[in-house]
Design a protein around this ligand. Structure first.
Ligand code: PGA
Length: 257
C-alpha cells in the first residue's frame, strides 16, 4: 500500500567535496535533522540519506552520528573481497556504516560500461551484505524521443534486479538520463506514467512489490520538488546537484509534507 512507503530523499554527492566542505554540509544537515525532531510537529516526513564519495564515508558516519540521517555508497563491486584494485565491496560499505548503496547510476553505466547484468550482480552483493540497493534506471533523450522510454526502463528493470530482492532491500530510482544535471525534467504526466509502469513491472518479479519505493531523480530542486513528490508512485527523490547545498537539500526533504 502506498501509505506504507515512507518517502526517501537521497543525496548523491557524486565526485564532489573535499573533507572540510563535506563535513560542514553533513554537520549542517545533522543539526537541522536533530533540531526538527526536538520541535514538536517539525520532524521530517521522509527518511534522509547522503551518499558521499567513498573517501568521506568514515568521517561522515561520525558527523551524522546522533542524527537519523542514513549513509550510503555510490557503487560497489559484486565480490565480497579479492584482487580488484580500486574497488569497494558491499561488505566494506556496510562495515563503514552504510545502510544503502546506489547501483547502476547512468554515469556508472556510461563512464564504466556497466551492463544490466553487472548491476544485477552488484545488487545481489548489496543484499548479501545487508544493504539496501538503490537501482537506477532511465532512458536517454533519443530513446524518449523515439517513444521507447517505458520499454527501456522495463528492460533495465528486468535485467538489473535479482528475483529474490524486494521491499526490504530494494529501492528503484527512475532517472531519465537527459534530466540529470540539465535543469530539465519530464512532465508530471510523464513521471507518473513511468513510475506506474515500474510498479506494474515489479509485481510478480520481486518480493512485496507494493512496498518497494520508487524515487524520481534528475534536476530535482526546491522549486519543483513539491510537484514531483506529490505524483502517485513517487516515493522520494534522488538528488544530485541540489544535495550539495544544505538549504536546498533540506527544502526538498521538507517538500515531502
Ligand atoms: P541532478 O542529479 O539532481 O544533479 O540532476 C541526479 C542524479 O544524478 O542522481
Amino acid at each position: 500500500m502506498a501509505q506504507d512507503r515512507r518517502k526517501l530523499v537521497a543525496g548523491n554527492w557524486k565526485m564532489n567535496l573535499l573533507r572540510d566542505d563535506g563535513l560542514v554540509l553533513a554537520r549542517e544537515l545533522a543539526h537541522r535533522e536533530v533540531a526538527a525532531r526536538r520541535i514538536g510537529g517539525a520532524h521530517l516526513a521522509c527518511e534522509l540519506l547522503v551518499c558521499p564519495p567513498a573517501t568521506l564515508l568514515a568521517v561522515l558516519g561520525e558527523a551524522l552520528g546522533g542524527s537519523k540521517i542514513l549513509l550510503g555508497g555510490q557503487d560497489c563491486h559484486a565480490e565480497a573481497k579479492g584482487a580488484h584494485t580500486g574497488d569497494l565491496s558491499a561488505e566494506m560499505l556496510q562495515d563503514v556504516g552504510c545502510s544503502h548503496v546506489i547501483l547502476g547510476h547512468s554515469e556508472r553505466r556510461s563512464d564504466h560500461g556497466e551492463s544490466d547484468a553487472a548491476v544485477c550482480a552488484k545488487a545481489a552483493a548489496a543484499r548479501r551484505a545487508g544493504l539496501v540497493a538503490i537501482v537506477c534506471v532511465g532512458e536517454s533523450e533519443a530513446e524518449r524521443m523515439a517513444g521507447q522510454a517505458l520499454e527501456v526502463v522495463a528492460r533495465q528493470l528486468a535485467g538489473s534486479i535479482p528475483a529474490e530482492m524486494g521491499a526490504g532491500d530494494l529501492v528503484i530510482a527512475y532517472e531519465p538520463v537527459w534530466a540529470i544535471g540539465t535543469g530539465r525534467t519530464p512532465t508530471v504526466h510523464e513521471v507518473g506514467e513511468v513510475h506506474a509502469h515500474i510498479r506494474e513491472r515489479l509485481a510478480g518479479s520481486v518480493a512485496e512489490p507494493a512496498g518497494v519505493r520508487i524515487l524520481y531523480g534528475g534536476s530535482v530542486k526546491p522549486g519543483n520538488a513539491g510537484e514531483l513528490l506529490a505524483i502517485g508512485d513517487v516515493d522520494g527523490a534522488l538528488v544530485g546537484g541540489a544535495s550539495l547545498v544544505a538549504g536546498d537539500f533540506w527544502a526538498i526533504a521538507r517538500s515531502c509534507g
